[in-house]
Design a protein around this ligand. Sequence first.
Ligand code: ZN
Length: 241
Amino acid sequence: MRYAIVSDIHGNYEAFTAVLDVIDGMDVDGIVCLGDVVGYGANPNEVVELARTRADLTVRGNHDQAAIDPAEEAYFNSWAVEAIRWTRDKLTTESLDYLTSLAYEAFLPDVHLVHASPGEPAKWRYILSPQAAAREFASFKESFCFIGHSHVPMIVLRTEVGTSELLEGEVALPAGARVLINVGSVGQPRNGDPRACFAVLDLEDRSVRLVQVPYDIDTARAKIIESGLPRFLGDRLLLGQ
Ligand code: ZN
């Protein structure tokens, strides 16, 4: 079985449709979404509808949570607060119902799926370094754990000899090894590469690779600015920061 694993789409319709086009050209058996379907981007309802119809599994992200629970705004910076209030105002009842239906974590055979951290799925903790990732291995028992949340892709491999970070973006699991993968962000990358990012998991050959997809950033940025969302949220798409 092969799965495409996307995360942090953040209402960016152009990025998500570009990624889905690439996925449609691959031989995958399913699509998984690790949350933050909305927040920041100008097309929350359109992206919710795509997630609802195209993803086989979707877990809840902190922006999805904030869209249905304003108390979550307490943990947001000012751009995120402005964007989630704009988003909440735009979301249809159907979209809100969908976001409300999402669980904090999901599973495939030997695969753990969560937005932020397997240790505390509802606490939205950030795993930003290989050292922090290494500590998470005690919090899941599966061979594969996929996360999003930081918008920075990272693959951390745990073998008998220790833990190592893989920068090449592709790994085949040695026997007995386990791996934690941050799949990066479709709709608001922050690793200095403005392309949309997602992961492909192959459970037969036990491999994971990260895929980068160019998309129409100018249109996504223009929509953000024209809709009255903070201009910075559009400008940062150009830099992937
Ligand atoms: Zn996010």
